[in-house]
Design a protein around this ligand. Structure first.
Ligand SMILES: [Zn+2]
Length: 338
């Protein structure tokens, strides 16, 4: 029999599902600031998996992923416990902005939090102690910042074997290996024993159905890998590249102000010397061509076409020879996961 899941103010018995609004702070009026939490405690014992989204308040794709897992999936065969936190940063979500509105604090640099420090760290501490730290595994969903879009990819500390196991199980084509910035949920959670990865997909302010569907497959695959669902299988993405510090990757930046026209889509391969995009002035008389410095994959592209000199345009990562061949092969097949 599975154990009860307890949090500050309540408990959820095995076989029960609880939808709660959990107080993390107070407004200027003294009213509670509450975040939605769904706890699904399986009848049978197993690992505890935490799904989090909207630590940045305008990043919406993850919200739909977490809601769908919590409220549309059948949990009768679940082994273990699912903790679903679809909107971590409620004040930012209400304002539709990335940061906590008070002093523009980044909630995703405030973990593990501190109950006697700033408002951001107090919120982080309430979330972390009650719902993150008690878990074995964490999946934290993000999108690119406003005006940009990311190919679906995973970020995690691949030098930590238990984090690498989660990252591999999510079955994305691209994994960026890094432990993450200090104060980020995935780094602090992983250090506290909750092996956590970040999943990046798409852009802010949108629900992007194909990306959401791919990420949901990743969640199922992680649940299969760790035995939360015995009926599902662990997926293989067809090809995979793990980008670490030694691999070639770069941000292509604008050398001119103007309007950007992209010549390739998010997730596509560009050859060294290819025209990735052009920047033009209002008269289309000045044309600045941005070329790929090496052959690689466009994992981040602009959605907003307006740039100043120095603005980032595209995030380009190199693929090694075998990966390049596997990628090209996948492109000739009808289904891919970009
Ligand atoms: Zn984010």
């Amino acid at each position: 029999m599975a154990p009860r899941f307890t949090y500050d103010g309540g408990a959820v018995d095995p076989g029960e599902i609880a939808n709660i609004r959990f107080t993390v702070s107070e407004t200027y009026l003294g009213d509670p600031v509450r975040i939605p939490v769904t706890i699904i405690n399986g009848e049978r014992d197993g690992p505890t998996l935490c799904l989090t989204a909207a630590a940045h308040g305008d990043e919406l794709n993850g919200i739909e992923i977490v809601r769908e897992v919590a409220h549309e999936w059948d949990h009768s065969a679940l082994r273990g416990t699912l903790i679903c936190l679809p909107v971590l940063n409620v004040p930012g979500f209400i304002a539709q902005q990335r940061y906590l509105p008070i002093y523009d604090r980044d909630l995703n640099r405030s973990f593990p939090g501190d109950g006697s420090s700033t408002s951001a760290k107090r919120i982080a501490a309430r979330v972390f102690r009650n719902f993150i730290e008690p878990c074995d595994i964490g999946l934290d969903f993000h999108t690119s910042t406003r005006g940009r879009s990311n190919m679906l990819h995973v970020r995690g500390d691949m030098e930590d074997p238990s984090v690498a196991r989660v990252a591999n199980a999510f079955a994305s084509n691209v994994i960026i290996a890094s432990e993450g910035p200090s104060g980020s949920l995935r780094r602090e959670a992983s250090e506290a024993g909750t092996s956590t990865i970040t999943i990046e997909l798409g852009e802010a302010h949108r629900f992007q159905r194909p990306l959401i569907d791919s990420a949901l497959e990743g969640v199922l695959s992680v649940m299969a890998e760790f035995g939360l669902l015995e009926t599902e299988t662990i997926k293989w993405p067809g090809w995979r590249t793990i980008i670490d510090g030694s691999d070639e990757k770069t941000w292509l930046r604008a050398d001119a102000g103007g309007l950007v026209e992209m010549h390739h889509d998010r997730g596509s391969l560009v050859e060294a010397g290819d025209r990735v995009c052009t920047i033009t002035n209002p008269f289309k008389t000045d044309v600045t061509v941005v070329e790929a410095p090496f052959t690689g994959l466009l994992i981040g592209v602009p959605e907003n076409p307006l740039v100043y000199p120095g603005n980032p345009l595209c995030h380009l990562v190199a693929l090694d020879g075998p990966t390049l061949r596997a990628f090209r092969q996948s492109q000739s097949q009808p289904v891919d996961r970009v």
